[in-house]
Design a protein around this ligand. Structure first.
Ligand code: FAD
Length: 342
């Protein structure tokens, strides 16, 4: 059981800034994210795009903003459960909550802050009749630990940046990399497409296009995939492999949180914006893109503001009866914060 003061669901910009604001009040945070990395939409959807409306940054790349948020919150030593989706929540008699992920990891905290953005990013799965039988037995929809592919035969399917970038990266790690795409043209960046062609010419990537994977062969593990080549409708053949990684993009879904008894309006969680972004369940807050209230704007800086106010109420829940007096970081520094009057 992982215990903490504030359990944050979602390690996007809102969740990460919450760690900093909570840290100033000496509150510990642990974050759960369905993605294998921090940054939410900024890292998953547009890491190389410049953002222009972060205060004091005339321009910053979304990926760099995530790095800066990580650097800022690092001093408060947040814990992370990555690559797991928060699935269920149970209220305990002592008022704390237990949140369990789809992998069975349990977390306990008196305060839960849902910073789930558009929802947890779920992989788009290809329509292969027996693919579910091989999930976590050689079929992976996202790459969490590239080292697990060292010396293995890997097949990647997809035509976007993830499929191209991971094929390039794994060509130096895996024993063999085969990239399969249903068109001859790729959607990814031109640089990446050119690099894949170059690696193909050097024999480091086996490129099969236009083609699609229509079946998986194996018993308790993937042994091969069945490929149908588009120009030769009748032509089907097997490619031996240890791993099959379909990278067809991710789509966000509010998912299991929608069944937690929270008031939901238009796929977002209704909160009280007159005070602290608490939901209809005391002790559970919703901040950032995931919430809704009159006048809501889905912007990063709004998430930062909401996180800051939410932490004030979280302090009172974690430290009942203790007074909190606002101090400027310029006066107290970050270490000097104890949230109480000296
Ligand atoms: P998110 O960034 O969505 O992060 C939420 C995280 O929660 C995700 O990582 C998700 O995996 C996780 N999660 C959700 N549910 C679960 C669950 N059940 N279990 C585990 N994890 C879960 N905003 C601006 O202010 N300025 C801009 O210029 C700007 N440009 C944008 C450009 C694009 C292309 C896009 C798509 C968005 C842009 N935005 C911009 C919007 C901005 O990215 C969002 O407002 C911001 O990311 C919201 O942050 P968040 O932390 O609330 O949610």
């Amino acid at each position: 059981m992982i215990t903490t003061d504030i359990l944050i669901i979602g390690a996007g910009p809102t969740g990460l800034f919450t760690v900093f604001e909570a840290g100033l009040l000496k509150l510990k945070c642990h974050l759960i994210d369905a993605l294998p990395q921090q940054g939410g939409q900024c890292t998953e959807l547009y890491p190389k795009k410049p953002i222009y409306d972060i205060p004091a940054y005339p321009e910053i790349l979304a990926g760099d903003l995530t790095d800066k948020l990580m650097e800022q919150c690092k001093q408060f030593e947040p814990g992370f459960t990555l690559g797991e989706r928060a699935e269920t929540i149970e209220k305990q008699e002592d008022g704390t909550f237990i949140v369990t992920t789809n992998k069975g990891t349990k977390h306990q905290a008196p305060v839960v802050a849902i910073a789930g953005g558009l929802g947890s990013f779920e992989p788009r799965k290809p329509l292969i009749h027996n693919i579910a039988d091989f999930e976590d037995k050689g079929v992976e929809y996202m790459i969490k630990e590239p080292e697990m592919y060292r010396g293995k035969n890997v097949v990647i399917a997809g035509g976007g940046d993830s499929a191209l970038d991971w094929s390039i990266f794994l060509s130096d790690v895996a024993k063999s990399v085969t990239l399969i795409h249903r068109r001859n043209e790729f959607r990814g960046h031109l640089d990446s497409v050119e690099k894949v062609q170059e690696l193909k010419n050097k024999g480091k990537i086996n490129l099969i296009t236009p083609a699609e994977v229509i079946g998986i062969v194996g018993d308790d593990k993937v042994k091969a995939i069945v490929v149908k080549q588009a120009q030769h409708i009748e032509k089907e053949f097997e490619v031996k492999c240890d791993h099959f990684i379909p990278l067809f993009g991710l789509s966000p879904k509010l998912g299991p949180i929608a069944n937690w008894g929270l008031e939901i309006e238009k796929n977002a969680i209704k909160v009280d914006n007159s005070l602290d972004y608490q939901t209809n369940i005391p002790g559970i807050f919703a901040i950032g893109d995931v919430n809704t209230y009159p006048g809501k704007l889905k912007l990063i800086l709004c998430g930062f503001h909401e996180a800051t106010l939410m932490c004030q109420s979280a302090y009172k829940i974690v430290n009942p009866g203790k007074r909190y007096v606002l101090k400027y970081t310029t006066v107290a520094g970050v270490d000097g914060f104890d949230g109480s009057r000296k």
